[in-house]
Design a protein around this ligand. Sequence first.
Ligand code: GTP
Ligand code: MG
Length: 370
Amino acid sequence: PESITVQELANRMAEKGADLVKALFKMGTAVTLNQPIDQDTAELLVEEFGHRIQRVSDADVEIGMQGEDDAAETLKARPPVVTIMGHVDHGKTSLLDALRGTSVVSGESGGITQHIGAYQIKTKGGDLITFLDTPGHEAFSEMRARGANVTDIVILVVAADDGLMPQTIEAINHTKAAGVPMIVAINKCDKPEANPQKVRERLLEHEVIVEDMGGETQDVEVSALKKQGLDTLIDKILLQSELLELVANPDRAAEGNVIEAQLDKGRGAVATILVRRGTLKVGDTFVVGAESGKVRAMINDQGQQVKSAGPSTPVEVLGLSGVPMAGDQMTVVENEARAREVAAYRQEQATKKRTTAAPTSFEHMFSALN
Ligand code: GTP
Ligand code: MG
């Protein structure tokens, strides 16, 4: 609503209507209790009375991750979400591919796997691990800036022949800022010029102290090319995730975050969603960023249609009204009217933000938040 009557505002603030009329009179506005006042005037009044401005619809926007916590007895173990970071050409994609090759699931899919920016592997022991594929540092910090700290563990890939490079250091800083544990994968150890010890020493300079050096950061020598050290890396991920005691309530309306989204010829707006808690189901009505929709179909990282997706599961979702942004939050709501209402409000807020404070660059926005 664009306006509110003095009485309504008084009720919301738990103040006497007459006191508001008096205050307004002092501000040079003569109104009666049932007369509407505009938003600016209302805001002035609210501040005058020492209240905090919180529009009713803000609560709608905040629904989700910031919302109520799940009761302890509803929580169940969930797979870790692992992001791979590192300098250009140090072997992130190769390592992801190699790890995926170890998955018992991918062995069955016959290689017709669709790239959806996120995928899950099933280890020989039957544990699931979710990997976020090559998000790039910008996407990572963008998601953080949007409050979407989706990563539980970062794998820092450092090529043993090249050593620490600018983007390695950037990745270290992003990881520290996110407060996420790191596992160092020293890659390309098959190369004759590889010098893993030098990598460990250089890491010290950036306060990343590996276990061998008396620190707590796990490290592992690997070769994505020769598929060496992969089982050890997986073991370390599982060990780390055990320490984190990762849990979520799978039995509630789903919430998740957009990993990537695009307009697809024929299929319309498509988003890869990482479910954070609850279970997303076909037919669910949702809000995602400033868009809304109804889950028409879901496709897993094996390219198969699925009916539901639980915590830490990445799925491609069809049925969106438009393309949301990476990091946007998805929240399942009770009905379409509600979805449109929240989406419209978010769209309005987004437009306002764009016209008022456009950050000069993403890095700028990122540092402003720290
Ligand atoms: P960007 O996505 O461009 O940042 O690169 P990336 O980090 O994903 O590296 P990518 O996996 O594309 O590998 C870069 C090059 O290094 C390729 O030519 C790989 O074949 C090679 N490479 C990756 N891992 C290994 C390894 O363990 N040993 C050797 N010898 N070469 C490797
Ligand atoms: Mg790559």
